[in-house]
Write a protein that binds this ligand. Structure first.
Ligand code: DCP
Ligand code: MG
Length: 241
């Protein structure tokens, strides 16, 4: 199994449409086990960074390296095997909840299943469903709330034991109780893993090893929460809104 040691963006610039740059010379690194949080206004380029890390697109200039190796030289299946994407609108299959979480349900023993459901705070959801884990999710989980769907993707990422977590936090309204549960599940997912997370709630970014404030595609500020608050710049102003 591939071990993730480091990821690095080196002066990465990118445009979806030529002449309209969305990322401008963005640089950051994350060592194994670290979390980098991306914050900033809508359209700043946060999700675009995740798109490049998954190689949905390649940079126009600059480089992305994983373990020192240019992302373009990585086998795409190895990369996908190492990475889990957690978004607010996950793709759920018309299959049982168990099949949605575990790629090989027959190979997941009971202790593992229990541990993952616990860590992802999915137990209440499982209890609510008529057949528990063996409930068939109709129409890709249309009967679930967006918070519940997000917990399922967290469970899926835990089950895959992915080494790189790419997380785009939900922007849609969720009540504060659900938010607290998702927060705890995310904490369990991120612990010990390398993570690049787009934080829409500043509380999620707070504990990151490094926070990048993106503004019009540039890194306007970088540092940890304390450093950025002391700076009294953009990040500090975001907190006062
Ligand atoms: N963009 C584009 N084509 C795409 C995706 C985005 O032209 N397929 C544009 C829209 C924005 C800019 O790129 O002007 C940056 O988009 P991002 O999705 O990276 O922006 P954020 O994730 O920062 O914004 P939000 O907070 O709204 O999710
Ligand atoms: Mg986005």
């Amino acid at each position: 199994k591939d071990r993730l040691q480091s990821i690095a963006l080196e002066r990465v610039s990118f445009a979806y449409t030529p002449g309209e740059p969305v990322l401008r010379e963005v640089s950051f690194t994350a060592q194994q086990g670290q979390t980098v949080a991306l914050v900033g206004p809508t359209g700043a380029g946060k999700t675009s960074v995740l798109n490049l890390l998954q190689r949905f697109y390649d940079p126009d200039s600059g480089r992305i390296r994983i373990n020192g190796v240019d992302l373009r030289h990585w086998d795409i299946r190895r990369l996908r095997g190492m990475t889990a994407l957690v978004t607010q609108e996950p793709v759920l299959f018309s299959a049982t909840l168990r099949e949605n979480i575990f790629a090989r349900p027959d190979q997941a023993d009971e202790a593992t299943v229990t541990r993952i459901l616990q860590a992802a705070h999915c137990e209440a959801l499982v209890q609510r469903l008529p057949l528990g884990l063996d409930t068939h999710l109709e129409k890709g989980g249309a009967s679930l709330s967006s918070g519940e769907r997000q917990l399922i993707t967290i469970a899926r990422a835990l089950a895959r034991d992915a080494q790189l977590i790419l997380l785009d936090e939900a922007t849609s309204y969720i009540d504060s109780q659900t938010e607290a549960v998702i927060h705890k599940a995310l904490h369990n997912l991120i612990a010990g893993r390398t993570c690049v997370l787009v934080a829409h709630r500043l509380s999620t970014a707070r504990s990151a090893d490094r926070i990048l404030v993106l503004h019009q595609g540039r890194v306007a500020e970088a540092g940890d929460h304390r450093q950025l608050m002391e700076r009294r710049g953009l990040y500090w102003r975001l907190h006062r809104q």
